[in-house]
Design a protein around this ligand. Structure first.
Ligand SMILES: Cc1cn([C@H]2C[C@H](O)[C@@H](COP(=O)(O)OP(=O)(O)OP(=O)(O)O)O2)c(=O)[nH]c1=O
Length: 192
């Protein structure tokens, strides 16, 4: 259905994230992957969705020229907890600290998507509330050493072991937590 509607466009997913690539496949549309490396640095005064909006836009700016029918999709996810953004952990200690701070608490996961054509751009975002049970040090160490979540914001993947055993409530889109609010992207692509 969406595939037919988009047949005159070239959808470019600028993401190295295997989850985002899989979600777009599951949306059943044709797309190409073109990744460019971007330093994910943002002004310190930004908060919450302002950060992910900024970074989704920054990732899109790495593409200086778009053709008439190109649609460029870029995205960014952070964990927003106690007025601080948790991105990807720097190292093991950082990952341990992140999971300890998320333990027994509720945090926000925010993902922004930029949808850019040659002459237009729309940046949308979605927020999901995620609650962890109290995690033991043993659980945290086991998860980090086994799953090495260094490519994941907040040092966890909801789709992995820690998500099964540790998350006792979510409010909002699951897919947003895993990196792409597909339902919102679908609505935007339908409007192209
Ligand atoms: C919280 C959480 C994050 N994540 C992932 C989603 C994102 O891929 C990653 C956050 O990093 P991002 O910087 O948003 O994205 P990325 O560097 O992986 O990919 P891109 O090339 O598009 O810039 O964390 C999960 O997979 N599961 C989760 O539960």
């Amino acid at each position: 259905m969406l595939r037919e509607k988009l047949k005159n466009y070239t959808i470019i997913l600028a993401s190295g994230s295997p989850r985002r690539q899989q979600f777009l496949k599951d949306l059943d549309i044709d797309f190409i992957i073109n990744t460019k490396s971007v330093d994910e640095i943002y002004p310190l005064h930004l908060k919450g969705a302002e950060i992910t909006d900024f970074l989704a836009d920054l990732k899109s700016k790495a593409f200086t020229e778009l053709n008439d029918n190109d649609v460029l999709i870029t995205s960014d996810t952070i964990v927003w907890h106690k007025e601080k953004a948790l991105g990807k952990p720097k190292d093991r200690d950082d990952a341990i600290k992140m999971l300890q701070s998320l333990s027994n608490k509720t945090h926000e996961v925010i993902t922004s998507i930029s949808i850019k054509t040659k002459h237009t751009q729309k940046i949308i975002n979605d927020t999901t509330l995620v609650s962890f049970k109290k995690l033991t040090d043993e659980e945290i160490n086991y998860y980090i050493d086994t799953y090495k979540p260094y490519d994941k914001a907040g040092a966890y993947g909801i789709q992995e072991w820690i998500g099964f055993i540790g998350i006792n409530k979510i409010e909002g889109s699951y897919y947003n937590v895993a990196g792409l609010p597909v339902h919102k992207l679908y609505d935007e692509l339908l409007q192209l």
